[in-house]
Ligand binder design. Sequence first.
Ligand code: G4P
Length: 534
Amino acid sequence: MDLQAEINKRKTFAIISHPDAGKTTLTEKFLLFGGAILTAGAVKSNKIKKTATSDFMEIEKQRGISVATSVMGFEYKGRKINILDTPGHKDFAEDTYRTLTAVDSVILVIDCVKGVEEQTEKLMGVCRMRNIPVIIFINKMDREGKDPFDLLDEVEAKLNIKVHPLSWPISQGQTFQGVYNLYHKSLNLFTSNKTKLSDDIFSVADLNDPILAQKLKEEYLNKLKEDVELVDGVYSRFDVKNYLDGSTAPVFFGSAINNFGIQELLDTFIEFAPPPIDREATERMVQATEPKFSGFVFKIHANLDPNHRDRIAFLRICSGRFERNKFYQHTRLNKQLRFTSPTSFMANEKNIIEEAYPGDVIGLYDSGNFKIGDTITEGETLHFRGIPSFSPEIFKELVNKDPLKSKQLDKGINQLTDEGVAQLFTQQPGNRKIVGTVGDLQFEVLQFRLQHEYGASCEFRMAPFTKACWVTCDDPAKLATFLEQKERSIAYDKDGDPVFLADSDWALNMAMEYFGDIKFHFTSEHKTATEQTA
Ligand code: G4P
């Protein structure tokens, strides 16, 4: 098969949701439909329950589970589908943001009872930043939820995206009858059944088709006709182009636990969703169809076995054909590397692969060469964009509790921050190590892993900061003055770039106002942008 055909076959996406909306259930149902698993319950929920936040074994278990389910590939109707899993726990939000850089589209699950929740808003914010095409699945229609029109209004208002229902629910909760597919003109009747794998779908000519009157009670049919008239009035004609440019999200209704509406969703997904898209590198746009291979690392996972310190780097292929045992260029290290056992992830299995194509995610064994965001090519220098570090929200100082183990601690914290568990900043005088994260749970993970994997014992002391901004200035002298005057609030990131640590929004605003020439950056994205203009 040629490269173009391989690319057209692939759909790489993530399912995102606020915890408990039904992401795990939907993922599992997709795998069931794809024949990748045979029974429900095979995909473990990879969420850490609130009560388990201090249970270290839970953290370890979570890490074990999440590597197995990080990427789930399966074949469906001649397509190769790659689902990239995202952690549900909010303390791992940064992991999720980075995973979103490696997908071409997203399915967002919303619980019809709860509507748009906090994590839904945050995750969609990231999708909107990058105009990722989004399909919305309104789940749990077997429960009494919000009115569908109100729900869609809420989605538009809170998520800042236009929506377009492609199916419409007929009642809900106890009296849920099913959905009417507005796009393909069909009736999909609901039965509460967790094991059946196909929907009862009837094609209809229009809403006056006698089959509807046969299958639905008069009251439901009348309400459906009223609703559809309103839908037609409110939402203009659906155009796939608006989905692909990220401006309109098609919406489906269903019940994941009952396998209802899943096939409709999956079939529409493979019809609409984009194949591997072209990717922006600092140097130029890289087209998926280019014959030369390129890809980037968006996730690094440590080996759970302490006797094998190597890690797995997850590489998203952006262009060309990847081949096992061929030498490739590591752009940041300017070094040739060869991968003897690259793995693919098919559902819960890991297999060594000979080749892989754009859209695929492969696992590379790594003995410490990789950092998140690293690019691999056939020789060209490329830096893929859109994999920034975000400004952390919680800052703590790392304090060594065993001076004899300071080397181990240094090595450990460096490697763990390369994996993206947290960000490391160094402050002078005294080389104080300030660790920044988006959630408290990371500090527990760090402390546990430093002790168990590196034999280093440490504690974290609260540091009085609330925000970190990278600072730059066109005039080096002005930057030097700023760094000198704000010395107590300045630290350096792992690349040696200066970061302003603010102890309050007020202090940050004051600094921004007073030092008008200094640019404050809330993500590290500007670094690649600067290189482009340099
Ligand atoms: P998440 O990954 O987004 O966190 O959600 P998950 O799939 O784990 O689903 C959260 C809860 O919602 C689960 O119940 C699941 O069974 C339930 N659920 C998922 N889809 C539907 C649906 O269509 N209708 C209804 N009524 N419930 C649904 P749980 O009690 O937390 O877990 P479990 O004991 O069922 O595994």
